[in-house]
Write a protein that binds this ligand. Structure first.
Ligand code: AMP
Length: 456
């Protein structure tokens, strides 16, 4: 299947070619033709499946059917749970709409509203927003939604988790009843189905990722150890493997700050990203990570949701989430766009029950291992085999005493410095059955930017 066969216009095909996409992802194949037909869509797709292009491209094409009015009005609204996701969705929309005459912008909280207000005043066609700031600016009279023809709810499950249901309902009441609605969600709880019933008219159901399955290409490993030695162990893993582009999850904001500080002290560049950080700090950390100035991003679940970091090779669960579905979201950050990846969980005795919950959800056992010198002093070691030189994972093949004085010396070229033989750059795959079998030409990933701040 090609993008052309999906019915996309020349302007969009050109933008897709510029971006380097070769074939549509499964969600794109399924969603694009149905959106172009004008159907409402209920889509099961998590971040990493190419869902943004799945809704953005046909939406842009349909919006172009009508000549823009002299005074532009908001004709499409995309709601997202987090600021980072909003910024990324806008970046994608602007990429796909670069050969058409549509204006788009993003609004979210945590930054001064004045630049957003003046841009809104100048007239825009597509608005990407988080619910809180949207409500705020609407209440102040800066936004009218009465001309909205398209509504996209992106990561609807997370919006409900974050308590946005009331805001969403209010926002719906400000829009005309006649419009096209697209709802994307990684999971389908009863609440999501109720929301969907209230919003969508005769929706087409589109599924890209079977619920709660993890990418086949992600190597999942559990390292058992004592809780108090986790910082030491993670430092060793990152150092010995010479890993860069590592996303680490902690359960709390305080834990994220603490770990990030410890890693920096160990000469591993790290930054924390969570809800208590200012928007400026979050954007800076993410941009630094994408530019490879920062090796490790330490995040909490909510902050990390929706982050688009191409070809991320490593995800580490410093602590396991107590909700098994969050594990699936977390490790969905690696093995993206057809590339392989490693998801490592450091598990102390008190977390064994979480492992069992995750295994039950996934319907498979996670390989459990113990690193020499980090044997747990409590709890079962059942199923765990000792990690020795012979069965060491890829990426940990450097002796631990080989630390450079400064890890970042000589890394100015933006290429992956993982000495593991496990480089993901340009890696492509076409046989993955769970929604990720789409290909892209290798691209320069060193210039990533969320684009959020420059536009508001
Ligand atoms: P998303 O699920 O929308 O967050 O997209 C995940 C990643 O896949 C992003 O980096 C996109 O740029 C990339 N992507 C989207 N569609 C394609 C495609 N057809 N081929 C290759 N990469 C894609």
């Amino acid at each position: 299947m090609t993008f052309k066969e999906l019915g996309l216009s020349e302007a969009l095909l050109k933008a897709v070619a510029d971006k380097g996409y070769e074939t549509p992802s499964p969600i794109q194949e399924k969603a694009i033709p149905r959106v172009l037909e004008g159907k409402d869509i209920l889509a099961s797709a998590q971040t990493g499946t190419g869902k943004t292009a799945g809704f953005a491209m046909p939406m842009i094409q349909l919006l172009c059917k009508t000549e823009p009015q002299k005074r532009r009005v908001i004709r499409a609204l995309v709601l997202t749970p987090t600021r980072e996701l909003a910024a990324q969705v806008l970046e994608d929309i602007q990429t796909y709409s670069k050969y058409v005459d549509l204006r788009s912008m993003v609004i979210f909280g945590g930054v001064n509203q004045n630049p957003q207000v003046s841009m809104l005043r100048s007239g825009i066609d597509i608005l990407v927003a988080t619910p809180g700031r949207l409500m705020d600016l609407q209440n102040q009279g800066f936004i009218s939604l009465r001309d909205v023809e398209f509504l996209v709810l992106d990561e609807a499950d997370r919006m409900l988790d974050m308590g946005f249901l009331r805001d969403i309902k209010k926002i719906m009441s400000m829009m005309p009843d006649k419009r096209q609605n697209l709802l994307f969600s990684a999971t389908f709880s009863r609440e999501i189905r109720t929301l969907a019933n209230g919003i969508l008219t005769n929706p087409v159901t589109v599924e890209a990722t079977p619920e709660n399955t993890t990418a086949e290409l992600v190597d999942q490993l559990v390292y058992r150890c004592d809780a108090k030695r986790k910082i030491e162990l993670i430092t060793k893993l990152i150092w010995d493997g010479n890993w860069h582009q590592v996303l680490v999850f902690t359960r709390t904001k305080h834990g994220a700050n603490r770990l990030s500080e410890k890693l920096n002290k160990a000469n591993i560049t790290a930054a924390a990203i969570h809800g208590n950080k200012s928007q400026g700090a979050r954007t800076k950390a993410l941009a630094g990570f994408k530019d490879k100035e920062i090796s490790v991003l330490v995040a909490t679940d909510i902050a990390a949701r929706g982050l688009d970091i191409p070809l991320l090779p490593y995800v580490i669960n410093f602590e396991l989430p107590n909700v098994p579905e969050d594990y699936v979201h977390r490790i969905g950050r690696t093995g993206r766009a057809g590339a392989s990846g490693q998801a490592i969980s450091l598990v102390s005795a008190d977390e064994i029950e979480y492992v069992r919950g995750i295994e039950k959800l996934l319907g498979m056992r996670l390989e459990s291992t113990v690193i020499e010198g980090f044997e747990p002093t409590s709890g079962p070691v059942e199923g765990g085999k000792k990690r020795t030189k012979e069965n060491k994972p890829t990426g940990t093949n450097k002796p631990s005493n080989s630390r450079p004085a400064n890890r970042n010396q000589g890394r100015g070229n933006g290429t992956s410095a993982n000495g593991s033989g496990n480089s993901n750059s340009g890696n492509s795959n076409s046989g993955n059955s769970n929604g990720r079998n789409f290909r892209r030409k290798p691209r320069n990933t060193s210039g990533g930017n969320t684009g959020g701040n420059s536009r508001d």
